[in-house]
Design a protein around this ligand. Structure first.
Ligand code: NAP
Ligand code: MG
Length: 399
């Protein structure tokens, strides 16, 4: 068989623990037999991050800026316990945080739907993708516990020394106070990432804030989205037959629950944090959530939304068989291969990505799946280990 050829390499970011084991098997069993895989490999495994003083993470992000498409394995974000476990020189920062900062990107999370695992919300037939603005607001706040009576003010001192003041509240007794900020530049990058991603997947884009109450702060988000849409994206949206629409967060929540799905919902930082957990749980399982980081310039980094599945890894190290779900990681690969195919005009690579996803869904449709899914599945399910599951998918890829 002649293998599918690639033009530009994918940026490959290897990771940790159970997902690192799955990573190798996915390449071996599901990709290498059909695709002459070209990647630029970066080992983001914790040991190698430590050896390179985390330079490898920065280099992998820079390579993504250069080539445009990356695929990433889940990685450990070190805490005190990991520093000890791996004998780390430092408690290195979250690789996802580092990569997101370099790409100035937004994360889009979408569930993978399979027949037999029904969403809790009966009307949902298609995935709902959540885009979360990952900068500022309450995540970068300043807070004060107010001890007693007094006046709270917001004060901005300009670089030119000019002051802007506004009273927040006259306290008669104890209470709490909070200051938040955001940046026009960050909001604009968020907006561009959302518009680019909507065009890339040809789905409608919804955006919601609380601008009726927050008439300056949230209203700024609404205005920046509207200005960028009109100036840069409106024509492309009309041509693609998709729409952008803004609504209040309360209205959005009600509409989302009544909808069939099949759109992207852009949220401010806190709304996205809360709503993405709601959406993931209502669709079924974290092991079936994909995640893609999109830069405002249209660079893409694909991954699974879950972590390195540590509990399974420790069992694997003891020689026990594990049934870890590889679906989100497979879809990270298929997403990246399809995007690479689109960028390089390789129809056969795009078609392979479709076949790989279909074979995965068909395998589950035939009742063969990992343990976590078998527990959710309505119907007769055969629970198998990860390797047997991957082999069952390979048999269905065909070609
Ligand atoms: P996790 O790896 O997502 O796993 C939490 C639990 O969810 C697992 O123990 C397992 O439950 C279930 N689960 C998650 N993915 C699964 C899969 N593919 N198949 C089957 N079950 C799955 O989260 P964590 O244990 O909180 O974090 C572990 C490590 O991952 C941490 O070091 C963290 O820093 C890192 N992390 C990385 C990323 C990333 O790179 N994007 C994201 C999150 C966390 P059962 O044990 O009950 O089977
Ligand atoms: Mg959360």
């Amino acid at each position: 068989m002649i293998k599918i050829q690639m033009k530009t390499p994918l940026v490959e970011m290897d990771g940790d623990e159970m997902t690192r084991i799955l990573w190798k098997e996915i390449k071996e069993i599901l990709i290498a037999p059909w695709v002459d895989l070209k990647t630029e490999y970066y080992d983001l495994g914790l040991k190698h991050r430590d050896e390179t003083d985390d330079r490898v993470t920065v280099e992998s992000a820079e390579a993504t800026l250069k080539y445009g498409v990356a695929v990433k394995c889940a990685t450990i974000t070190p805490n005190a316990q990991r520093v000890e476990e791996y004998g780390l020189k430092e408690m290195w920062k979250s690789p996802n945080g580092t990569i997101r900062a370099i790409l100035d990107g937004t994360v889009f999370r979408a569930p993978i739907l399979v027949d037999g695992v029904r969403p809790t919300v009966r009307t949902w037939k298609k995935p709902i993708t959540i885009a979360r603005h990952a900068y500022g607001d309450v995540y970068r706040n300043a807070e004060i516990r107010i001890p007693g009576a007094g006046t709270a003010e917001l004060v901005f001192t300009g670089a030119d020394g000019k002051e802007i003041r506004q009273k927040v509240f006259d306290f008669k007794g104890p209470g709490v106070l909070q200051g938040m900020h955001n940046l026009d530049g960050s909001i604009a990058s968020f907006a561009r990432s959302c518009f680019n991603y909507a065009l890339s997947v040809k789905q409608d884009l919804w955006f919601s804030t609380k601008d009726t109450i927050s008439k300056t702060y949230d209203h700024r988000f609404k205005d920046i989205f509207a200005e960028i849409y009109e100036a840069e994206f409106k024509a492309a949206f009309e041509k693609a037959g998709i729409t952008y629409f803004y609504t209040l967060i309360d209205d959005a929540v009600a509409r989302v629950v009544r909808s069939e799905g099949g759109f992207i919902w852009a949220c401010k930082n806190y709304d996205g944090d809360v709503m993405s957990d709601m959406i993931a749980t209502a669709f079924g399982s974290l092991a079936m959530m994909t995640s893609v980081l999109v830069s405002p310039n249209g660079q893409f980094e694909y991954e699974a939304a879950h972590g390195t599945v540590t509990r399974h890894y420790y069992r694997y190290l003891k020689g026990e068989e594990t049934s870890t779900n590889p679906v989100a990681t497979i879809f990270a690969w298929s997403g990246a291969l399809r995007k690479r195919g689109e960028k390089d005009g390789l129809a056969d690579l795009q078609a392979f990505a479709d076949r790989l996803e279909k074979a995965t869904l068909d395998t589950i449709g035939a009742g063969i799946m990992t343990k976590d899914l078998a527990l959710l599945y309505e119907g007769a399910a055969k629970s198998v280990n990860s390797r047997a599951f991957l082999q069952a998918i390979a048999e269905r890829i065909g070609g």
